[in-house]
Design a protein around this ligand. Structure first.
Ligand SMILES: Cc1cc2nc3c(=O)[nH]c(=O)nc-3n(C[C@H](O)[C@H](O)[C@H](O)COP(=O)(O)OP(=O)(O)OC[C@H]3O[C@@H](n4cnc5c(N)ncnc54)[C@H](O)[C@@H]3O)c2cc1C
Length: 422
């Protein structure tokens, strides 16, 4: 049971309970194994289970198939589904991501045509930002859409698209502004591209984890995309992208809680029974303090996730920083906690007799996708510097409290200061 359940209102508790019951009762272990063996290449079956229970995109209005709830309820559900691993988790959270673009920037027609069927389980979506030439340098995208009046003609490539294998439509970022001196933030547009002739999918990655999620490469060859599939303003992809950081990062962080809970439970039960030197290994401090650290990381991550969800519900001005820190912390924690669980299990933890190794393989990706954790740091430090350097007098000036605060000739910051001090 999450330590944070006491923070949840009745709606969030109910939806978390529904998601927990689905994860506990309705997912055959054989299905997860088939995904991990790449025998099932795309998780449509489980997606339809989510939809049948009306658990997809619950924070969107009821008229579009959601439940009209908030981010807190959404992350409470994500945290429960996280125990199923990345492929099933990603299928669960993708409507929250793609739905954000449709809800915030889409037209009513787009919501009816894509958002509603997506939340009802009739359509599946994927998001395509990353290109073979790079993912972090998003604004350098070279996939292009030529404006032909009533349609765009799209050519280019995206890679590492989860769901490429089976999704019915893609939210794609393409270059539309070819002015040589166009600012990078005014070059890109966001398009909905249906699976159609001209959209080629190659399923070609031998992935360490997250298998069965349908991760592939998309190649667009002269794809005609109707103008009404433009999401947000023409050349306004930066606006969409800036907002999409919120669902992408929050939705990467929230399922991590479920992953941490799963591996910690395995480690706790194992260490309670496994004997060494005549006693259960949990009696060794080296073991139980590892577990304590894992539990603390899980609870701290949950605290950050719920804080970020609240910030998203309130549209807090520091939201981008909060979600970036949360994504980094929760996904690094998942990686560390999976390692802790493996260590507690010893040699058997390294085998596929326990699923800890699968969680570990999945965890590694969460530090890379939806923006690497180094990119999270870039945003965090940038926004923190801006805030601190702008707010001079808000807090007590503790620098003056140093015993020798007045020794100005020791406060040297550059060459010039050094000469002045002499
Ligand atoms: C299985 C899988 C599924 C994925 N799913 C999707 C998906 O559904 N949709 C999608 O669009 N993408 C997806 N991705 C792509 C993922 O988001 C990118 O791999 C990621 O953003 C990094 O881009 P890159 O691989 O091109 O690495 P690069 O951008 O080339 O980065 C390489 C290294 O350089 C570092 N680096 C780059 N720039 C900076 C900087 N400014 N400051 C500090 N460090 C920097 C990075 O942190 C990284 O360590 C997926 C990837 C995988 C492997």
């Amino acid at each position: 049971m999450s330590l944070f359940e006491f923070l949840l209102d009745a709606d969030a508790r109910n939806v978390a309970t529904e998601a927990r019951e689905l994860a506990r009762n309705e997912v055959d272990p054989q299905y997860l194994k088939a995904l991990d063996r790449d025998e099932v290449k795309f998780p449509r079956e489980i997606y339809q289970k989510y939809a049948a229970r009306n658990l997809l995109g619950i924070r969107f209005p009821k008229e579009y198939g959601g439940r009209g709830l908030n981010w807190i309820s959404a992350v409470a559900a994500h945290a429960e589904i996280g125990c199923l691993g990345n492929a099933c988790g990603c299928a669960f959270i993708m409507p929250d991501i793609v739905g954000e673009a449709l809800m915030r920037f889409g037209t009513e027609d787009q919501r009816q045509k894509y958002l509603k069927p997506m939340l009802e389980g009739r359509l599946m979506s994927a998001e395509a930002l990353t290109e073979p030439r790079g993912g972090s340098d998003f604004f350098g995208a070279t996939s292009k859409a030529e404006d032909r009046g009533d349609h765009f003609l799209v050519n280019g490539q995206k890679r590492f698209v989860v769901g490429a294998e089976g999704a019915d439509f893609f939210l794609v970022y393409v270059r539309t502004n070819f002015e040589p001196d166009a600012h990078p933030y005014q070059r890109i547009s966001t398009l909905i591209i249906d699976r159609s002739p001209g959209v080629e999918v190659s399923y070609l990655y031998g992935l360490l984890g997250t298998r069965g999620g349908g991760t592939g490469r998309l190649t667009f060859r002269n794809v005609r995309v109707p103008r009404e599939n433009l999401v947000g303003p023409l050349h306004g992809g930066a606006l969409v992208f800036n907002r999409m950081m919120v669902p992408e990062r929050l939705c990467s962080a929230s399922p991590a809680i479920g992953g941490m809970r799963a591996v910690l439970e395995i480690a706790a039960r194992y260490s309670d029974r496994r004997m060494a030197f005549g006693r259960p290994i949990r009696k060794f401090q080296a073991v139980n303090t590892m577990l304590a650290r894992g539990v603390t990381l899980m609870d701290a991550s949950a605290g950050m996730v719920y804080q970020a969800a609240l910030a998203a519900d309130r549209d807090d001005p520091r939201l981008r920083r909060i979600v970036s820190e949360t994504k980094r912390f929760a996904t690094d924690s998942l990686w560390e906690v999976a390692n802790i669980a493996m260590q507690i299990l010893g040699g058997i933890g390294y085998t596929d007799v326990y699923p800890v190794e699968r969680f570990l393989r999945d965890a590694r990706l969460t530090q890379i996708w939806t923006g690497t954790n180094e990119i999270m740091d870039q945003l965090t430090q940038h926004e923190y510097y801006q805030e601190v350097l702008a707010e001079k007098d808000k807090y007590r000036d503790t620098e003056k409290d140093a015993l020798n605060a007045d020794v100005r000739h020791e406060k040297i910051f550059d060459d010039e200061g050094m000469w002045l001090a002499q």
